[in-house]
Design a protein around this ligand. Structure first.
Ligand code: NA7
Length: 537
């Protein structure tokens, strides 16, 4: 069995934004790299989430790599908030441009990764029997990639079609003239609902917690826009560094309570028209911590919902009663207007939960409603789920999910004591916000720690327990004063793991300023990784 094991320097799991960045850097450093990707192609999240209406609410010109001016100039974004198809096309373009595709085995799922102390390498196994020994294991598995399918009684007996938004079939789903149920009103549900409602005979939204849905406003770009963006690249990146979530927005910088009502209203109106994340990212600095300030934003959006939705009872059903931003604020084109159609109804699952599925449909409050198609827009086991499902066993066969039984414990999000030579891209306790920004910081850092080990002749690199303990305390302290910590569990916020039954409630992100995280990461790198043990055994 041992003879059939291939040896490589690094295994990279995942071919999304993070995995593509990792393989390119390690290959260019001269390492032998084996990438594994469960999907049939590159793209990660953007490969799987093909549901109608899927798009990013990060601005296109920052939702991309920055490392190459040539690549930035060659790719032409068509609009401010690109569709899933355009982001996927971009990642395919990068993969081809840098010849990254040959580094991956596609349609290949990693089923286990065991640390071998004797060989000082990881033994990585795939679903099809491939076994690879790798000095380094880089997980680039994404934060929203492990779909959450609720275990509802009878779900497997449903005779119609059931699809999860995070595993949307490439051939599409024909909803025309059909009776469609949508379960879930997070980002995925609210993006697809207006489009499905236009085609379906009837749409029923089975809603548990309503969201504050931002409207969507994506100006198209022409060549002069693209030239301006190119000219302003450095200024835009400066703006991203100054924003707590690494987004291209400038906060008003003051408390919502420090301005007059008229001034506040003007700021909110401008942000509402801009759409997307502007309400959270381009308004006041204290919406995440101060209840009174938060309520000014919450009330503003509640009024917008009531003016958009004509039936007051329907409007009330769609209006959240918790602080603004405690759940991830989604963006949708025409969401609230859709509820003025006559082929849509909303079932309030907080009042009457789903009892069970039948062959024909779904039973709620003792009444069965028949459906042809059920769309599960029920989200993901976010941030940690894709990692704990990988079957990672560190020193002494210790399972990663065991070590994380109370929430993620690691250092700077990159490394876990007891799991040598394992590094995460966009791992738990890294900043929430614009993913490609974090990816590039991570890619450089991991590349440099491996280079440092090579220079020192070290075979293993391991974060210290003290560093991981201190980091966990810091992440918890940053989380404690937030409204998210007070209210997040009540409204099942995935930011703290509250959307998955049995998952520990614990912050999954570093919720300080993203740039403070970058500074910490850079300091660790520039000081020669003082919180790691490098060993030649
Ligand atoms: P989300 O935001 O986690 O939304 C999932 C939705 O599904 C949410 O409305 C949930 O209600 C609902 N849900 C989950 N389980 C159930 C069950 N068992 N019954 C009824 N309703 C349920 O996932 P998305 O895919 O929309 O978005 C994920 C991220 O992708 C998003 O934040 C962006 O960053 C991109 P709940 O709120 O828990 O009451």
């Amino acid at each position: 069995m041992q003879s059939s094991i291939r040896n490589v320097d690094a295994v990279v799991v995942g071919a999304g934004f993070a995995g593509l960045d990792a393989v390119r850097r390690l290959r260019d450093r001269g390492l032998t790299v084996q990438g594994f990707e469960a999907a049939g192609g590159v793209g990660g999240t953007w490969y799987w989430n093909r549901y109608p209406g899927a798009r990013t609410d990060s601005k296109s010109y920052i939702y991309c790599y920055t490392f190459s001016a040539e690549i930035r100039d060659e790719w032409k974004w068509s609009e401010l908030f690109p569709t899933q198809q355009e982001v996927l096309a971009y990642l395919n373009f990068v993969a081809d441009r840098l010849d990254l595709r040959p580094l991956f085995n596609f349609n290949t799922t990693v089923v286990s990764a065991d640390w071998d102390d004797e060989g000082t390498h990881w033994i990585v196994r795939t679903h099809d029997g491939d076994v690879v020994a790798a000095k380094y294991l880089i997980t680039a598995v994404g934060i929203l990639s492990a779909p959450h399918r609720p275990q509802i009684e009878g779900i497997d007996t449903f005779a119609g079609q059931i699809v999860h938004t995070g595993r949307w079939p490439a051939e599409g789903v024909d909803v025309a003239g059909k009776r469609v149920a949508v379960i879930g009103s997070g980002s995925s549900g609210v993006q697809l609902l207006p489009i499905v409602a236009q085609q379906a005979e009837h749409l029923t939204l089975l809603q548990r917690t309503p969201n504050y849905v931002s409207q969507f406003n994506s100006p198209k770009f022409d060549d002069s826009d693209r030239q301006r963006i190119r000219d302003e690249h450095d200024t835009i990146q400066e703006q991203v560094r100054a924003n707590p979530y690494a987004q291209a927005y400038t906060l008003a910088g003051v408390s919502a309570k420090e301005v007059t009502e008229a001034e506040r209203r003007a700021v909110y109106e401008a942000a509402w028209s801009a759409g997307g994340l502007a309400m959270a990212m381009a308004t006041f600095a204290d919406l995440g911590i101060d209840e009174e300030s938060n309520n000014t934003a919450a009330e503003f959006v509640r009024a917008k919902i009531h003016s958009a939705v004509k039936d007051p009872e329907m409007a009330a059903l769609l209006t959240p009663d918790y602080p603004y931003g405690v759940k991830r604020v989604p963006t949708s084109e025409g969401y609230y207007d859709t509820f003025n159609r006559d082929n849509i109804n909303v079932v309030d699952l907080r009042r009457t939960p789903i009892q069970r599925f039948t062959a024909n449909g779904i039973v709620v409050g003792g009444e069965e409603t028949a459906f042809d198609i059920v769309i599960l827009a029920t989200g993901f086991d976010a941030v940690t789920g894709a990692l704990t499902r990988l079957g990672i066993r560190g020193r002494g066969g210790k399972a990663l999910e065991e070590v994380w039984a109370d929430g993620p414990w690691n250092y700077l999000g990159y490394a876990v004591p007891g799991f040598p030579n394992l590094f995460s891209m966009v791992g738990p306790t890294m900043p929430a916000g614009n993913v490609p920004t974090t990816v590039e910081i991570n890619g450089d850092w991991i590349d440099r720690i491996i280079a440092t080990a090579q220079q020192r002749g070290a075979t293993t690199i391991e974060a210290t327990i003290e560093a991981a303990d201190a980091w966990r305390s810091e992440v918890l302290e940053l989380n404690a004063p937030l409204l998210l910590a007070k209210e997040g569990a009540r409204v099942n916020s995935w930011f703290i793991g509250a959307n998955i039954e049995g998952k520990p409630i614990s912050p999954l992100f570093y919720l300080g300023h993203a740039n403070d995280y970058t500074a910490r990461s850079t300091e660790e790198r520039d000081k020669g990784f003082p919180n790691f043990t490098f060993s030649d055994r």
